[in-house]
Design a protein around this ligand. Structure first.
Ligand code: NAD
Length: 408
């Protein structure tokens, strides 16, 4: 079987789906690796490094013509060149854009999306790209905040005076938030964390941070370890109580997400107005739908009238491309090996992992959650139309929350 790596073409995307190290690990399973010339450039991985590892360096055209499986980080650049019988594996966000999956299905392309992985299954953990990329993003969010902040993070006692440590609050302590806490602690900040899932308290405190407990809103633990969406009353109570905590911080990093929903607003205009000049907010949930912070825009940094810098983070993992690619490469290699039998892809959606990640196969959208979002005219799984889950909504995302989860 020929597995191929295309150069990523999304704006700002510097990651690559496989690093050279993976080439020799795939070969024993009968997988030969083709790499588009220049695919690793953004992550400082040369064609020569791939060739030394045993890969063939080829053109994109040859990949589209000859590859059995195309490995990507995000979407393949050209849908029209994909052939029937070919498979694409990547983070393809099919719940966010089911039409894309349908278009590939119509071409007879097998679509496998790592962001549909059932994440709490322990045998799936080596394949968990959402987690590996959120880890990278959480780390980078702290560096971005430190870069914007006009003072030190650690306590510094020098002949020129004493600098008090920065106070950092992390809102949303899932994978990215916990890594942000750990990174801010390593930089010497005084760190606190808050999450609507009370079970995260132990994780926050084990990293040496303080857990912020709100009295006005209780637990909102949802399914699969994720949070549920708050009611309007809960949301307002949470925002009001958080405002007092936010006002005392130098830096706030927000990561809160609810699968399939608009990110919850945690830092209101009033909270921003209560912060001191020079404070910094990094919103990792910034999206076209809005983020955790009033006024944050993905990819943009702005300064409010009262001197608070708001960074709308966008694809932070791509800005640490070598580490992010190395981790992603392990995830996608593990997935490819899981799917491979006797040197070929063996699609079997009775397998719990495959049921989450296989979106289209044999010309049909086979993932129920994605199929339910499509118009009746689109190629679908053959399931009845009525009663199908609306999988973009978290309470019914049977294919596993996170299929359209944060890109971080
Ligand atoms: P996520 O990106 O969906 O959300 C980030 C955090 O935001 C979550 O912790 C969530 O509880 C929090 N949040 C949502 N709404 C909020 C609100 N209104 N106020 C405050 N916080 C809010 O989460 P994630 O990082 O993908 O992780 C989700 C869960 O999955 C966690 O429990 C994590 O430990 C778990 N997980 C488990 C495994 C595993 O078992 N191998 C792997 C990955 C993640």
């Amino acid at each position: 079987m020929k597995a191929a790596v295309l150069k990523e073409t999304s704006p700002g995307e510097r990651r690559v789906a496989l690093v050279p190290d993976a080439v020799s690990r795939l070969r024993p399973a009968g997988i030969d690796v083709l790499v588009e010339s220049g695919a690793g450039d953004g992550a400082w991985l040369s064609d020569a490094a791939y060739a030394d590892a045993g890969a063939s360096i080829v053109s994109a055209a040859e990949i589209y013509r000859t590859a059995d499986v195309i490995l990507t980080v995000t979407r393949p650049p050209s849908v029209s060149e994909l052939r029937a019988g070919q498979a694409v594996i990547g983070m393809l966000a099919p719940l966010a854009d089911p039409e894309f999956a349908a278009a590939l299905a119509a071409r007879g392309v097998t679509v496998i999306s790592l962001d549909g992985l059932p994440r709490t299954l322990s045998r799936a953990q080596p394949m968990d790209a959402l987690t590996s990329q959120s880890n990278v993003a959480g780390y980078k969010a702290v560096l971005v905040a430190a870069g914007e902040f006009g003072r030190f993070f650690p306590l510094l006692i020098t002949a020129a005076g004493t600098a008090r440590p920065a106070k950092v609050l992390v809102l949303g302590t899932g994978v990215a938030g916990l890594q942000a806490i750990a990174t801010a602690r390593r930089l010497g900040a005084v760190v606190s964390g808050y999450d609507i899932r009370p079970t995260s308290k132990d994780e926050v405190t084990s990293l040496g941070a303080t857990f912020v407990e709100l009295t006005s809103v209780g637990s909102a633990a949802g399914e699969g370890g994720y949070a549920r969406e708050l009611t309007a009353e809960e949301r307002q109570a949470q925002q009001e109580e958080l405002t007092g905590h936010i006002a005392r911080q130098d830096v706030v990093i927000t990561t809160a997400q609810v699968p399939g929903r608009k990110p919850p607003l945690l830092v209101t205009e009033d909270a921003i107005k209560a912060m001191a000049p020079g404070s910094v907010i990094v919103d990792m949930a910034a999206s076209a739908l809005g983020g955790n912070v009033t006024g944050s825009v993905p990819g943009e940094t702005s300064v409010t009238g009262n001197g608070v810098t708001i960074v709308g983070a966008e694809n932070l993992a791509a800005t640490v491309p070598t580490a992010a690619s190395a981790a992603y490469s392990r995830n996608i290699s593990a997935m490819l090996l899981h799917l491979t039998r006797d040197g070929a892809l063996a699609i079997d959606t009775s397998d719990e992992i495959q049921a989450g990640v296989v979106i289209a196969h044999d010309g049909r959208v086979v993932h129920e959650g994605v199929a339910s979002l499509l118009q009746p005219a689109q190629p679908q799984s053959g399931q009845p139309q009525s009663g199908q889950p609306q999988s973009a909504q978290p309470e019914s995302a049977e294919g596993g929350p996170g299929v359209d989860g944060p890109s971080n």
